[in-house]
Design a protein around this ligand. Sequence first.
Ligand SMILES: Nc1ncnc2c1ncn2[C@@H]1O[C@H](COP(=O)(O)OP(=O)(O)OP(=O)(O)O)[C@@H](O)[C@H]1O
Length: 511
Amino acid sequence: MTGPTFLRLDNIHKRFGAVVANAGVTLDVEQGEIHALLGENGAGKSVAMNILAGVLSPSEGRILIRGEPIRLGSPRDAIRHGIGMVHQHFMLVPNLTVAENYILGQGTPARLIRDMGEVHRRIEALSARYGLDVRPDAIVETLTVGQQQRVEILKALYHGVELLILDEPTAVLTPQETERLLVLMRGLVADGKTIVFISHKLDEVMAVSDRISVMRDARVVDTVRAADTTPRELARKMVGRDVLMELPRRPSHEGRVVLAVEGLTCRDEGGLPAVRDVSFEVRAGEIVGVAGVSGNGQTELSLALAGLLPVDAGRVVLDGRDVTGFSPAEMSRLGVANVPEDRHRMGIVLPFTLAENVILQRSGDPAFSRGGLLRRGAITEATAEILRRFRVKPLDPDAVIGSLSGGNQQKLVVGRELARNPGFMLINQLTRGIDIGAMEIVMQEVLKARDAGAAILLVSTELEELFSVADRILVMCGGELIGEVPPERGRIEEIGLMMGGKRLDAIEPAA
Ligand SMILES: Nc1ncnc2c1ncn2[C@@H]1O[C@H](COP(=O)(O)OP(=O)(O)OP(=O)(O)O)[C@@H](O)[C@H]1O
């Protein structure tokens, strides 16, 4: 049951130079509720939550707990007041154990060694109480993303947090892990905790929240009960217009084979077998989707095609030419565009400006340089065009990309790659972190590229993304291609079975 106002953000302002990230954010959170925070990319959600978690300090405004103003100078202060946040990029030290992570910086080494038994017991007790499956002696880097997230949540509980903030917690989870997290969230509030979470996924917001607040242009514009609204209405409140919940489908007109993958076999970064004897083709003018539960070889398949993982056996043929083992730079020169899964590691350079990120790998392109000198005007113009087309915020080619919200960084990467008019485009997780309005724009642009003749391989753990744009879906499991299905929502059960390893021809026909 939800109760009286537990926490209030009162007229919070936050500026970064000329950028106004929060312009009078007021938000009430009730004791014992799950409160979702929605809004377009760049609306100010993460900034508001980072202020609440003591990571950022507001330029103006107050935070009150049960009516009493509090001052937060650091995340540690916030935890002392019972407020903890699980960020999108986890804050754990990978080569330490779970227990070591929890007590980091909490006392002298001698005392910590003496107390370790007690720390382990407390972690085990909390893990059992909430069904978290967290072992105190597990080394963090050996855990899956879903497990690491549970380690972060348990860490907050270990430190006595009453209000848990989750920033896009399901963005990186498999459907099964998402289901598990939603159950955990309900369990936590049943136990008296309060949760605020940021999400772009309206179905899960509807499924798990008690109340939903919508941010627009740096303010909270509405708070509603989940029971009193619909996804369509929420989308309209966020974006200020009706959003197409489903794109109209146009048939593809496939042309010649652009990419042929023949018996591709490779290992992951740790040297374990990851992709086994995979063969398929992508033709000009079609989008081929690759579905699968993450960790089934899709990441390695993309890395190998981008030239980032060595190929053990098989061939990659692009436009009739054997490009197996080509470097990423060579692939890029051949007109291959790439939207990588982990944009922080591969897609962008965080301290660089938007314009500098747009010409990464293309500084030798005659459009951008002449006689060894960069053509600044042309670079700025090309960047501004991408920003306009994809509605990136801010519309400033000289802004540093690290200061952009997550969704806006993703829009820039997708826009940059599409602007190259690629013959072949490799995309991993197209709409990760992107709001529902921008999703429509990004998907339409990808379909336009297809219609202009690009061959596109879209690897995604989001079936909705594949249903929206793919012309056919290949399903991967255990490093192998299990089968192919048309992108029809009615086939979802079949796809689920295939993602679990069941071959299509082994599925019994319905009685
Ligand atoms: N350190 C910073 N320096 C400059 N501007 C910043 C900084 N952090 C955030 N901003 C700006 O503040 C605005 C709000 O960003 P915020 O990350 O809160 O958006 P968001 O609603 O969480 O978006 P998303 O859904 O894309 O994650 C954006 O315009 C962003 O560029």
